[in-house]
Design a protein around this ligand. Structure first.
Ligand code: ZN
Length: 261
């Protein structure tokens, strides 16, 4: 079994003390490649720096999360574009809309989401997308770029069946996290993940967040890490009625194709 974690937030301070050990544990758990999520300008630079130390094992994205959109300025896109030239940077994002927290004003989120979509179109790099409680505006904005839009993944999908149908209609890829291992919040996902075609399905931890609830000996810290990705695969395999090996093979080949890694 070989796995790829398409969303690891290694720039989070919870990883600042033991990143080499964390990466080693991931490898021991058959998580052979990881994509570090860039969520701010500073974070995207740091993500690229970390990835450069582990060639072909770690990769990164370059983008600004909607939470941080309020910190963008005239320079932001130029810096992201420069970062995107690096070999280890394999996608633009994480970008999108988050009306759940509204940490940045909505018009500001929209402005910088559009700017990053345009950058991805220009560079023809995949898009790593975040959407929470903003489905309609999100689709509206992306629809304007349909013709030129590169491949796009809606990471950490937790939405409804209708929303999933819409994303699949738009030909997006879907990232599934430990949300699916949560017997309360994630129950609705069990039925609908079957709709995702094999060549559109990927897995991620979104660590250090979203510790899968099916881990028996849960770490005291509550911190999630890529080594726990097999628990996401376990839940996904059960809901798809496939073996874990099959789900690993499907999601790994999809991730390899998506990110060209
Ligand atoms: Zn996200």
């Amino acid at each position: 079994m070989r796995l790829i974690d398409i969303g690891a937030n290694f720039t989070n301070r919870k990883f600042s003390n033991d990143l080499p050990q964390t990466i080693k544990r991931a490898c021991e758990a058959n998580v052979e490649q990881m994509v570090i999520t860039g969520t701010s300008l500073k974070g995207s630079k740091r993500a690229a720096d970390i990835a450069s130390e582990y060639p072909q094992k770690l990769f990164s994205t370059a983008g600004v999360h909607p939470h941080d959109a309020k910190d963008c300025d005239d320079n932001t896109i130029t810096v992201l574009e420069k970062l995107a030239q690096k070999e280890q940077v394999v996608a633009i994002g994480e970008c999108g809309l988050d009306y759940n927290r509204d940490f940045s004003p909505r018009p500001v989120q929209q402005k910088w989401f559009i700017a990053q979509i345009e950058l991805a179109c220009k560079l023809q790099l995949p898009l790593f997308l975040h959407e929470r409680d903003a489905h309609d505006d999100f689709i509206d904005i992306l629809s304007d770029y349909k013709k030129n839009l590169p491949k796009a993944v809606v990471h950490c999908f937790t939405g409804t069946e209708k929303e999933l149908d819409r994303y699949l209609q738009m030909d997006y890829y879907i990232g599934i996290t430990g949300w699916i291992s949560d017997e309360r919040r994630g129950k609705h996902l069990w039925k609908i993940v079957k709709k995702i075609p094999e060549n559109r399905l990927m897995v991620e931890t979104d660590s250090p967040f979203l510790l899968p609830r099916n881990i028996k000996s849960r770490p005291k810290s509550g911190r999630n890490e890529p080594a726990f990705l097999p628990f996401v695969v376990k839940s996904l395999a059960r809901s798809l009625q496939k073996s874990e090996e099959e789900v690993a093979a499907i999601t790994t080949s999809t991730a390899k194709e998506f990110f060209s890694i």
